[in-house]
Write a protein that binds this ligand. Sequence first.
Ligand code: AP5
Ligand code: MG
Length: 214
Amino acid sequence: MKLMLLGPPGAGKGTQAKRLEDAYNIIQLSTGDMLRAEVASGSDLGKEAKEVMESGALVSDELVIGIISSRIDQDDCQKGFILDGFPRTTPQAEALDVMFADKGMTLDSVIEMKVDDDAMVERITGRYTCSECGAGYHDSFQKPKVDGTCDKCGGTEFTRRADDNAETVRSRLEAYHEQTAPIILYYGDKGVLKSIDGMAGIDEVTAQLKEVIG
Ligand code: AP5
Ligand code: MG
């Protein structure tokens, strides 16, 4: 099964992709996570992406298309995956079509998570993740059961993203509306687009996703 989650920063793509991984036994492919791993490793690619990401703009199409194309070829992707944060521009969507045609793959569902921009700043500035296992949390909306301890792995170290501040969120939302929102029409025209209400609670959003995925 191959799924794509579309939505602005803070829509809940990462939160839900992790839940869908478990429910459908497929893996999350987040270009944001892949780029952050490159930045953390200090690779040339990471050096190229770091400043752009911290400004809230999009890195070049060429760079992310290259990353995702080689990632999709790996063994663990053959049973299926959830695209989270890719494609993000019309050229990326077109490149994905070519990639899928070349690899003999088809997309099962493209799902738009509809949210209000105004709520995204609070979601993003309150977000943090377990440094050990990457589980996601929120200061108000998704607290660990025991304060300061990860529910999944028991880790006690947490990190916040460098681009998760109110000012950068505004730039990221702008980039989304200018460069990414047009691809919703792209998939709408192909007749594969489904929409859900991303403003509902986290469990309710998961239920809606499972319903549209079928
Ligand atoms: P990326 O990492 O993809 O970030 P993003 O798109 O800005 O999205 P986020 O990860 O911020 O939001 P999310 O939808 O995953 O929300 P989450 O589930 O965490 O990209 C980062 C950067 O990398 C880009 O700015 C760009 O520079 C670069 N990049 C990446 N891909 C690229 C590409 N293809 N092309 C070019 N550049 C690229 O939820 C947020 C918080 O809200 C969490 O704390 C969560 O607990 C909480 N929450 C989630 N759902 C709910 C809910 N229903 N109710 C209440 N709280 C909720
Ligand atoms: Mg994310």
